[in-house]
Write a protein that binds this ligand. Sequence first.
Ligand code: VGL
Ligand code: ZN
Length: 219
Amino acid sequence: MKTDAKKTLLLIIDAQNDFCPGGALAVNDGDSIIAPINALARALVMKGGRAAATQDWHPAGHISFASSHKDKSPGIVIDTPLVKGQALWPDHCVQGTRGADLYGSLDLKPVSLIIRKGFNIGLDSYSAFFENDRKTSTGLEGWIKFLGIETVIVGGLATDYCVFFSAMDSKNSGLNTIVASDAVKGVGFPEGSVEAAVSKMESNGIVFLPNNEILDNLC
Ligand code: VGL
Ligand code: ZN
């Protein structure tokens, strides 16, 4: 299957310090996604495609932080006024902190859009497309459609949260959706969440491909 680079976007999800080793919400081997993402971004943009990155960008006291709630610890799931079933996390990706910065070796030269999400103190956003109320748009779909993009390749962190919701929303927005299997890593909490996310994505028609196949297919 050939992919027309000019109608393709690489969507880099939350490649940020806090999700990498040493960060507040570190994903095992999270930084191993950077090299394959850089390779994809450079090759795609060289052929006339686009790359965009998301940045989880929470104000202090964000509703997704366990510390913002009385007697709640990370891992607990609560109902908030806007979201039924919001998981609570350690404080992470606080606006303006080093933890919120995109990872240092992520090559931003090919990246033409950085979209921030989760900036509303009372509403979280896992997906690059829609916030966790599943209604509020980040505007990304409009940008994609305006540019005539038809295929979205998703990489980044984490497979079972922000990558999952972004890929599902991409597919549900009518876009061909590929997950770059060398360029994603999962949180794995609760246990089995990565496997569950992968099988749900695959059963929805999202295709997982290694970097060499994605690169070979670009034309
Ligand atoms: C993420 C939990 C909370 C992610 C972001 O990038 O997958 N997960 N905020
Ligand atoms: Zn977050």
